[in-house]
Ligand binder design. Structure first.
Ligand code: ATP
Ligand code: MG
Length: 574
């Protein structure tokens, strides 16, 4: 297409609201615009990329034998009420009523709707296994929409659902999806790792996430280079490190409880300073609001609490740190002095804390701490469960070697659901003996928008985006240096026609702009190959440049044509 006729509203300035590279570049390169918090419009260039990613995912789903269909985004409440998720989704679900007062939602994910469809239409074992999918818009009223389309409130998901007779069948369907995801993300040139994930509120027997390695990722992953173990931090099981260094601890005796005045000592740093010892000798008592109840959770002073682990244990819908008023309501003290002794709420304790002796905690009295605290003698835990976040160097739960910790962007998620939804909604099949059995299900999601942002996150430099050929909005951009020069334009037009005839997607920058402006734009929008037609055009020489490489090369028009065609077709595997 001719750039003079294209709608590509690029920006020179970095938009203030954008914090990460992909968000900045998607705005600057004119790929999208914001409509409201977490809601975006894709503009022509962005939509081309979006459709290519969608198409890659579609081809891999089809190759794996899944069948595409499309469902509505506007969904009746009843089926979500039947599964219990009308409540579970809480404020993340966009809800609305029709003119007759009937409840609806904008679908956040479609397990129930697919299960209901299959329940109504399929009865026999002969129809199984079956995997259905759609590429469709989802709505989630995220607590914190951020990073552009990385975490938005409206996004497109490829969601697939498999239906099998038994667990063994599910294992096969699941593996097919796993492999299809690997192929799709490989085709998008993403550097990703597959990690074990938490099955959380969804229930089910196993789950993995596809994580694109990135500093800005919101997910934390722990992996072991020794044995290949990889899990997200919500799932990663922590091995307690109970080697306590304090003298008292080593002695193993329980010392008498002491109340110590600690005015203005609130943080762990203040405490280590005051007590002149390591944060490993303190235990933090964190007060949480879990739906309607208040609970306390304890981890060692140098550890962080993993809220997903706590939430899974409590089975609550909403979990948040309690506000100052609630904290002083249950502890009788200002924030910073909470402790388990005498506390009248449920106290959930990490195994490391359970193994500590003679440690320091808040006294539930402003300005005081307790020393030489011992669990059992001084307070009782309601439960001892793994509550903490895994950290670099922790023991691998599989082999014991030290784990590494990195950040990742979750682009895909595959899940063995088992019979949770089929049982709740009565999705059964009749086996050879005519006996009814619940179908065994899996569900599988890829965020198309987030995948697009992740591709940019991994493929950019200070000048702009560097699209992998497979998802580039156009493969080649031709830049005539001087559009008023007929010789240059004639050659540019010829290259344009030739490449198009070969099935290559080409832009011709026919704008009457300075070459510097055109080069900057070509770099910003990240077209993989640039062919510049300049002064040497008269001698039949053009300049060839790959977006990801530094150098440029002069070559004959014919050579440039052959090279561009080969590079594009090879990258696309044609
Ligand atoms: P997250 O933990 O990041 O909120 P999730 O676990 O809620 O993700 P799933 O319900 O498994 O996500 O959805 C499947 C896929 O949909 C995710 O892997 C991701 O690619 C995409 N996705 C989920 N939420 C969003 C969002 N708010 N914006 C863009 N994409 C999303
Ligand atoms: Mg989410």
């Amino acid at each position: 297409m001719r750039v003079s006729q294209m709608f590509i509203p690029t920006l020179r300035e970095v938009p203030a609201e954008a914090e990460i590279a992909s968000h900045k570049l998607m705005l600057r390169a004119g790929l999208m615009r914001k409509l409201a918090s977490g809601i975006y419009s894709f503009l022509p260039l962005g939509y081309r990329v979006f459709r290519k990613i969608e198409q890659i995912v579609r081809e891999e789903m089809d190759r794996a034998g899944a069948q595409e269909l499309i469902m509505s985004a506007l969904l009746p409440a009843e089926v979500y009420q039947a599964s219990g998720r009308w409540e579970v989704f809480g404020p993340e679900m966009f809800r609305l009523k029709d003119r007759n007062g009937r409840d609806f939602c904008l679908g956040p994910t479609h397990e129930e709707i697919f299960t209901e469809l299959v329940r109504n239409e399929t009865r026999s074992y002969r129809s199984l296994p079956m995997t259905l999918y759609q590429i469709q818009t989802k709505y989630r009223d995220e607590r914190r929409p951020r990073f552009g389309v990385m975490r938005s409130r409206e996004f497109v998901m490829k969601d697939a659902y498999s239906f099998d007779r038994d667990e063994a069948g599910l294992d096969i369907s699941y593996k097919k999806m796993h492999d299809a995801y690997c192929r799709a993300f490989d085709r998008c040139s993403l550097d990703y790792i597959v990690v074990d994930a938490d099955t959380g509120a969804m229930g089910g027997s196993g789950s993995q996430e596809f994580m694109v390695k990135s500093e800005i990722g919101e997910a934390v992953i722990a992996f072991c280079e020794a044995c290949g173990y990889a899990a997200n931090d919500e799932k990663a099981q922590c091995i307690p490190d109970n080697e306590c260094s304090s003298k008292e601890c080593v002695a193993g005796r329980e010392l008498p409880l002491e109340k110590v005045a600690t005015p203005d000592v609130k943080t762990i740093e203040d405490l280590t300073e005051f007590f002149k010892c390591s944060p490993k000798e303190f235990a933090k008592t964190l007060i949480y609001q879990a739906d309607n109840r208040v609970v306390a959770a304890m981890v060692r002073g140098d550890r962080e609490l993993n809220e997903t682990k706590l939430q899974n244990y409590l089975g609550c819908i909403e979990l948040a740190m309690a506000d100052a008023e609630t904290v002083s309501g249950v502890t009788g003290a200002a924030v910073g002095f909470a402790g388990p002794v005498g506390l009248k709420v449920e106290i959930i304790v990490d195994p490391e804390v359970a193994g500590m002796k003679n440690f320091v905690i808040g006294a539930n009295e402003t300005g005081y701490h307790l020393k030489n605290v011992n669990i059992g003698r001084d307070f009782k835990a309601s439960a001892v469960i793994d509550l903490r976040k895994i950290t670099e160097g922790d023991k691998c739960p599989k082999c014991g070697a030290p784990v590494k910790v990195a950040r990742g962007i979750e682009v895909g998620h595959i899940f063995k659901l088992g019979t949770k939804y089929s049982k709740a909604l009565g999705c059964v099949y009749l086996d050879e003996a005519g006996k009814e059995n619940p179908m065994v299900m899996g569900c599988y999601g890829i965020g198309i928008n987030r995948t697009m942002a992740a591709v940019i996150e991994q493929n950019n430099d200070e000048n702009g985006i560097i699209w992998p050929m497979s998802v580039a909005p156009y493969h080649v951009i031709i830049v005539p240096v001087n559009t008023t020069e007929p010789a240059q334009m004639e050659i540019a037009e010829k290259i344009y026609r030739d490449l198009q005839a070969a099935g290559i997607e080409v832009m011709l920058d026919d704008r009457n702009e300075r070459p510097g402006v055109k080069f900057k734009d070509a770099d910003l929008i990240g077209i993989p190959i640039r062919i510049t037609v300049g002064k040497k055009a008269g001698e039949g020489i053009v300049e060839y440049k790959q977006r990801q490489a530094a150098g440029v090369a002069d070559m004959s028009i014919e050579e440039a044509l052959v090279r561009a065609k080969n590079e594009v077709l090879e990258a696309l595997g044609r």
